[in-house]
Design a binder for this molecule. Structure first.
Ligand code: NAG
Ligand code: NAG
Ligand code: NAG
Length: 560
């Protein structure tokens, strides 16, 4: 018995190997960090979360010409993780804060281009020299929210492959077309791939910012970031263009995969942008992540280096309300994180829970005679009644407190990038209007012949619309909405508003509300979208008018 136990004990402690098991291929990860103190906590934390054995990874990290504490953060991080990795090779130079003639952090002077080409090439050569199986060349404004990105890329067996990365707008880490003189070319396919309307791995003329190279493949020896290494090449002096051309000239394809969601990339700065814009872009990117997943992850060791949240205010309004059902705590939590990021001071209003309305109360409400939902042909649901009452209670609060204007938000919304700045620009125009009562920030547009408001850049006269995701209301507007006495002939709130501003197509409903003089405008482009639309069919077309100027976002950096 004793022997048997001892034997069993041995069996259970000896790991079992199968002859076919190989260790994972080795990867050199190259990181070039410059003026990235604000993104590094997120970049490094998400990189570290990759499901790949760290003892099979070597790090090669370079940093120079910083005007922030990039190097300090790198050092703190490295000292906390270096024992896990196979090796860490660093070179930090902190004698120069910038390049001569450099206008700002988005300005690529010839000397800066020369340096990045030199560093990228050095990483590639280092990988070859140490016989790394792979090189992952990744930039510090890439956040790999999917921890299986690295194993996925390795499993594809391509010579050069990139995971498709999303951004706050239409920017990504690939091009679908390239002109003969090596510039970005617009294609119809680009958006289909970006929005994952088609999924797979595509041969594309350009990938950058997060690229895995299989150094064991013979053909990878032809890759270079240095235009001087390419025979008869007369294109621009640019690291990523040289890289793409060297692959093409050697006859192999660059692959971009969008089979999974992998992560996010920040839009690069233009040459005349300040670092402040990069901070805002980081907020935009964090918001984009938050709209679809958990907040962007940060390691506890890097938390002290995260920029503090902004001070909160109510923008240009007397009050900002958010309507939230008590039992929807997930939504509430997500929205509160959004408000923290955006610096919005918001009053939470408990939504009227339609399910909890009692018979005696419901018995007192009168519905609009003959009311049917025009699409579903059904009477109002309890949820719709609750929703109406939630908005109604806020209108009463506005009148009661004589607020001059308020912003009313629902709890399943997505904020457009630069929300604060755009609200201010918009309200600047609104406040110059001779009269207005309500301004939609988010809605479903149901009418395509809306009129632009003369002399404004961001305002249209609202036509028939659905949804009440977010709107601004002033004192007069709240009074008009209450004075029409909607509880005596109830319709859903998003039918009620268009009736009162007299753009409702249903004539026999309108006649029950003789006074229809609400002046309703809408932000154009809209500032809010529903979150639950994301990824669903129709998502692109519904956000089409929110598109940020594509030209600018896609232009390669040497063109800016
Ligand atoms: C990659 O190569 C491995 C080993 O040759 C093979 O088992 C695997 O199926 C390949 N994967 C793909 C996606 O082709
Ligand atoms: C190289 O570029 C040309 C022109 O864009 C393209 O037609 C060709 O397919 C590319 N070759 C490879 C191997 O990707
Ligand atoms: C029914 O609901 C109304 C409004 O929420 C409330 O004021 C009233 O007390 C309720 N009545 C009963 C019998 O629960």
């Amino acid at each position: 018995m004793k022997y048997l136990l001892a034997f069993l004990f041995i069996l259970s402690t000896v790991p079992t190997f199968s002859k076919a098991d190989f260790k994972q291929p080795t990867i050199l990860i190259s990181i070039l960090a410059r003026n990235k103190a604000h993104t590094l906590p997120y970049f490094l934390s998400n990189l570290e979360r990759q499901n790949y054995p760290k003892d099979r990874i070597s790090l090669w990290i370079r940093s120079d010409h910083n005007s922030d504490n990039t190097i300090d953060i790198l050092k703190v991080w490295i000292s906390s993780v270096k024992h896990k990795y196979h090796s860490v090779n660093t070179e930090f130079i902190d004698d120069e804060k910038s390049y001569p003639d450099e206008m700002g952090p988005g300005h690529w002077t010839p000397q800066r281009f020369k340096q990045i080409i030199y560093l990228r090439e050095a990483a590639l050569e280092h990988g070859r020299k140490i016989w790394a199986d792979y090189l992952l060349a990744i930039d510090c404004d890439v956040f790999l929210t999917n921890p299986d990105t690295l194993p996925y890329l390795v499993s594809r067996n391509y010579t050069v492959v990139a995971p498709m990365l999303k951004s706050e707008a239409l920017y990504s880490n690939f091009w679908y077309g390239m002109t003969e003189d090596y510039y970005y070319q617009r294609t119809d396919e680009y958006k289909l791939v970006l929005h994952r309307e088609t999924v797979g791995c595509y041969s594309v003329p350009m990938i950058h910012s997060c690229v895995l190279i299989d150094l064991r493949k013979e053909e990878s020896d032809f890759l270079t970031y240095d235009p001087n290494n390419i025979k008869n090449f007369e294109g621009p002096t640019d690291d990523i263009i040289s890289f793409a051309v060297s692959a093409n000239r050697s006859g192999f394809e660059l692959k971009l995969c969008n089979e999974e969601e992998f992560g996010y990339i920040m839009i690069p700065l233009d040459e005349d942008n300040s670092i402040e814009l990069d901070y805002e872009r980081l907020v935009n990117t964090k918001m984009a992540v938050l709209h679809e997943y958990e907040p962007l992850f940060v390691n506890s060791i890097l938390k002290p280096y995260v920029r503090p949240l902004p001070k909160k205010d109510t923008l240009v309004f007397d009050k900002i309300y958010m309507i939230n059902l008590k039992r929807r705590h997930e939504r509430r939590k997500r929205m509160l994180t959004c408000f923290d990021e955006l610096g919005l001071e918001v009053d939470l209003v408990d939504a009227v829970d339609g399910q909890a309305l009692n018979e005696s109360f419901l018995g007192k409400i009168l519905f609009l005679p003959g009311f049917e939902d025009p699409y579903h042909k059904r009477p109002m649901k309890l949820g719709e009644i609750g929703c109406f009452l939630s908005h109604y209670n806020i209108w009463r609060d506005v009148v009661h407190n004589k607020y001059s204007s308020v912003l009313i938000l629902e709890d399943d919304i997505r904020f457009e990038p630069f929300f604060r700045t755009r609200v201010k620009a918009l309200m600047n125009e609104v406040n110059k209007m001779p009269s207005w009562d309500l301004v939609y920030y988010g809605r479903k547009i149901l009418q395509d012949d809306e009129k632009w408001v003369d002399g404004t850049n961001y305002l249209v006269e609202a036509g028939y619309s659905y949804w009440t995701l977010g709107y601004v209301l002033n004192y007069n507007g709240a009074n008009k909405l209450l004075d029409a006495d909607p509880l005596s002939r109830l319709v859903p709130v998003d039918e009620y508003l268009p009736i009162l501003f007299d753009k409702h197509p249903q004539e026999d409903w309108k006649k029950h509300y003789p006074k229809r003089n609400l002046v309703a405008l809408s932000a154009a482009p809209l500032l809010l979208y529903p979150t639950h639309y994301t990824g669903e069919k129709g998502y692109i077309s519904d956000t089409e008018d929110s598109v940020v100027i594509e030209e600018v976002l896609h232009t390669p950096k040497e063109d800016l």
